[in-house]
Design a protein around this ligand. Sequence first.
Ligand code: COA
Length: 209
Amino acid sequence: MIGNWGSTGRPRLVLPDPPLQVGALVLRPWEAGDRDALAAAWADPEVAQWTAVPDGRGPKVAARWIAGGCRRRDEGLALDLVGVSVEDGRVLGEVGLSAFDVERGAARIGWWTAASERGRGVATAMVRALTGWAHGGPLALWAVVAEVDPANPASAAVARAAGYELLGEVQGQLSGGSMTDSGTIDRLAFVSRRPACGVTDERESAARV
Ligand SMILES: CC(C)(COP(=O)(O)OP(=O)(O)OC[C@H]1O[C@@H](n2cnc3c(N)ncnc32)[C@H](O)[C@@H]1OP(=O)(O)O)[C@@H](O)C(=O)NCCC(=O)NCCS
């Protein structure tokens, strides 16, 4: 078990402080006023196809999900952040950590970019920023894992652009940042590992946002 995690087996999920900012994009927790933008993203067929969106994904469900963000952090379940434009506050996308594995110091990362904001580095910027914080901030994760459907090359490209390495194609589910063979889902598993002591990732962010 690693030092900064609670004795309950779940991490203490605090928000990045100061908030993570890459160029004109800042990551912050979801707020009530984001409800319609979140519902619109969930209604996007691509987001619905490749990410786990709740059933009944309208504004009411979005409002409830947003209201639950603080509880999900308190309970060590998930840290969900929204990427917004510094200039006008519009929602650009989402990135989040979940499935924390206290023994391995690992978690899963997921993301989406709003349909109108794609193709200019939003996902790459969000994933890079949160991954860097996950390794170097209070969570000090050893590994952050991304599960990508092989039929979703755009998302595989995001993982690579954000510095993740392909672990392999797995039959089964990634659970808590580790692989199990209990399922039958094909996934490409990408991993970002914590850099060796004192070595930070100096590569230029691919962000064009
Ligand atoms: C996949 C997705 C997140 C990409 O978001 P984005 O902000 O447009 O991505 P970026 O601009 O950061 O692009 C990152 C890389 O992906 C590539 N890419 C983006 N869209 C692509 C597409 N449709 N096909 C192939 N490659 C694509 C870019 O060329 C870039 O690669 P490069 O660095 O080698 O140039 C977005 O299309 C999306 O939200 N899809 C639906 C939800 C989803 O798939 N979530 C991930 C589930 S694992």
